[in-house]
Design a protein around this ligand. Structure first.
Ligand SMILES: C[C@@]1(CC(=O)O)c2cc3[nH]c(cc4nc(cc5[nH]c(cc(n2)[C@H]1CCC(=O)O)[C@@](C)(CC(=O)O)[C@@H]5CCC(=O)O)C(CC(=O)O)=C4CCC(=O)O)c(CCC(=O)O)c3CC(=O)O
Ligand SMILES: NC(=O)C1=CN([C@@H]2O[C@H](COP(=O)(O)OP(=O)(O)OC[C@H]3O[C@@H](n4cnc5c(N)ncnc54)[C@H](O)[C@@H]3O)[C@@H](O)[C@H]2O)C=CC1
Length: 160
């Protein structure tokens, strides 16, 4: 596996999550710091997703055509075969898919994020050790909360 970190403009994107359980909530907790343009398709959706109010929820079984028009897709069902099938289907729709139960079958993976406007830190272990990524992020967050990261000044003042 070899994942390149990039920052994607999602201003005009609707992000699709297939599956509405605990892992879907995880993904939403990161995504909602950046966008409310999120759609969830699942047989059943947990209350924590419903309570958010801004999420477009469709309670039904996944079908390949659901992928149409979505750049970023999270295959987050509890069905291993279905999650892999979603990535295979996505080849016909130009989507990038995060398969939550198989790092080696992902177009992209979700880093551990610390966001303090306008700065974002995203830590990844290249999909190899999610707990190490979370530990590093927590350490960076601690530095940020304790005022130990460089102050963000204007662009001119920040020049090297
Ligand atoms: C590869 C990746 C794919 C992807 O999902 O993109 C992946 C895969 C897997 N995670 C597993 C378990 C857990 N993951 C979390 C949490 C997070 N997982 C995230 C990312 C990633 N997880 C990607 C790699 C990122 C990298 O490169 O390092 C974070 C950082 C970001 C996010 O999800 O948004 C988010 C922290 C959110 C935050 O704190 O901000 C927790 C903790 C918790 O649930 O609270 C548990 C324990 C759950 C429990 O114990 O029940 C397992 C099960 C196998 C195992 O346990 O060994 C797999 C499958 C596997 O590794 O095979
Ligand atoms: N990447 C990560 O951070 C982590 C990944 N995992 C993996 O994530 C997977 C999902 O776990 P949970 O969210 O806890 O499961 P869950 O059981 O809480 O939720 C599963 C969801 O999938 C939906 N679903 C199942 N079949 C469907 C279909 N045909 N069409 C539409 N929706 C369908 C269900 O309705 C439900 O909303 C597990 O396979 C687990 O191994 C687990 C922990 C962390």
């Amino acid at each position: 596996m070899n994942f390149l970190p990039v920052s994607i403009d999602i201003e005009r994107e609707s992000i699709l999550i297939i599956g509405g359980g605990h892992v879907a909530i995880h993904k939403i907790e990161s995504l909602e710091k950046f966008t409310q343009n999120i759609k969830v398709i699942a047989l059943e959706v947990v209350d924590e997703i419903r309570e958010r109010g801004f999420i477009d929820i469709v309670e039904k079984a996944y079908e390949p055509r659901d992928l149409k028009g979505h750049l970023l897709v999270y295959a987050a069902t509890n069905n291993h075969e279905l999650n892999s099938q979603i990535r295979a289907d996505a080849l016909n729709y130009r989507c990038l898919v995060n398969v939550v139960d198989k790092p080696s079958n992902c177009d992209f993976i979700s880093p551990a994020i610390y966001k303090k406007d306008p700065m974002t830190v995203a830590v990844s272990s290249n999909g190899e050790n999610v707990y190490a990524a979370i530990n590093w992020r927590n350490k960076i967050k601690e530095l940020g909360e304790n005022g130990e990261l460089p102050e963000v000044k204007t662009k001119e003042e920040s020049r090297f």
